[in-house]
Write a protein that binds this ligand. Structure first.
Ligand code: HEC
Length: 103
């Protein structure tokens, strides 16, 4: 399922880059060069609707591993219809891990 989605996205971007020069910028945007920075921006734009950064630093936080963090980001993302690619969610995981969790 996952690789198929990635392939589909890549093919789509490739095809549209051929057809419309305007899409070549979308293509390079999708290639995330600095995941931590990208994650920070994506997080800023979408993740403050229900909770602040406090949930990541509270004493009884329940995320205890990088795997759990990754799952929780996906859960929160899907619970609120945030239109991210897997790469965006991964970048947010890296950002949160780098800034708060440090697994
Ligand atoms: C629809 C509301 C909602 C949105 C939007 C949302 N979250 Fe959450 N999130 C929650 C709830 C509810 C909890 C559990 C809070 C609690 O237990 O007090 C939570 C908890 C978390 C935790 C676990 C904190 C811990 O205890 O270690 C992480 C990590 C997290 N959210 C990340 C995100 C990220 C990243 C985004 C943006 C994609 C996001 N959330 C957006 C509702 C949301």
């Amino acid at each position: 399922m996952k690789p198929a989605i990635i392939c589909f996205t890549r093919c789509l971007l490739f095809t549209s880059a051929l057809g419309f020069s305007i899409n070549s910028s979308a293509d390079s945007e999708h290639e995330i060069k600095d995941p931590i920075k990208h994650g920070e921006e994506a997080h800023q734009n979408h993740c403050y609707k229900c909770h602040s950064d406090d949930v990541y630093t509270r004493e009884n936080r329940f995320v205890k591993s990088i795997d759990a963090l990754s799952k929780q980001v996906v859960r929160c993302k899907e619970g609120s219809n945030i239109p991210w690619f897997d790469e965006d969610a991964d970048a947010v995981v890296q950002f949160l891990n780098n800034k708060y969790y440090r697994f």
